[in-house]
Design a protein around this ligand. Structure first.
Ligand code: CA
Length: 228
């Protein structure tokens, strides 16, 4: 089943270009040329993600974002014009998940979409729950079960562990983790990742010999699945 992306953009060239690329990548898309239509399509098209331009007829992108956030946590990526740094802050305050500065490269757009969807656990992972030996990471209920017992774990630690464990044995750099789990790299530095991993280790150390949260020196971290 294809994931649906709503493209809200009044410049037809940009909207169609996005549509072309996203459909080629296997997404189903719909275009809203103004803010009013965006709200309409948000309800009738039920997108999994919204690409939202700021300067729009009828209702601007911020208003659309706020309106949608009244009822939905659907991922929203804002399309901002170059140099509008205050837009980043504005976007966050209004509940956007990420932003892309125009003009953009399609490669960047796809990377951002995949990163945001991964953060939401949307891509190909319908049930947001991972199960390993003596470990259950449940992102639907934000519960961590270690050896059958519920362990209180802050949301960011849950998200970090889920992100690492979603792709076992893959090494993530600190910057990748900041970008993909925290979303905006200027909110923290790589020590943020280290601190969260350290706290996770305190909860997970020695629980099982089938997996472990490993440091890959000079690179980053991985959730390692061991043989046997
Ligand atoms: Ca525009």
């Amino acid at each position: 089943m294809a994931l649906k992306v709503l493209i809200v953009e009044d410049e037809a060239n940009i909207a169609e270009l996005l549509q072309l690329y996203l459909e080629k990548e296997g997404f189903e898309t719909s275009i809203a040329p103004d803010g009013g239509k965006a709200i309409e399509l948000f309800h009738s098209f039920a997108p999994d993600l919204i690409m939202l331009d700021i300067m729009l007829p009828v209702m601007d992108g911020w208003a659309v974002c706020r309106k949608i956030r009244e009822t939905s946590q659907v991922p929203i990526i804002m399309l901002t014009a170059k140099g509008e740094t205050s837009d980043k802050v504005n976007g966050l305050e209004n509940g956007a998940d990420d932003y892309i500065t125009k003009p953009f490269e399609m490669k960047e757009v796809l990377a951002r979409i995949h990163a945001v969807l991964r953060r939401y656990g949307t891509v190909e992972q319908k049930e947001k729950k991972l199960t390993f030996d003596k470990l259950v990471i449940n992102m639907d209920s934000y519960e961590l079960l270690v050896d059958g017992k519920r362990v209180d774990t802050p949301p960011k630690e849950m998200e970090l562990l889920y992100h690492l464990a979603s792709t076992p044995n893959r090494v993530f750099t600190r910057n990748q983790l900041l970008d993909e789990v925290w979303g905006f790299d200027y909110f923290g530095d790589s020590r943020t990742v280290d601190v969260h991993v350290k706290r996770l280790r305190e909860k997970l150390e020695g629980v099982s010999d089938k997996w472990s949260l490993k440091t890959v020196w000079g690179v980053g971290y991985k959730f390692e699945l061991l043989e046997g």
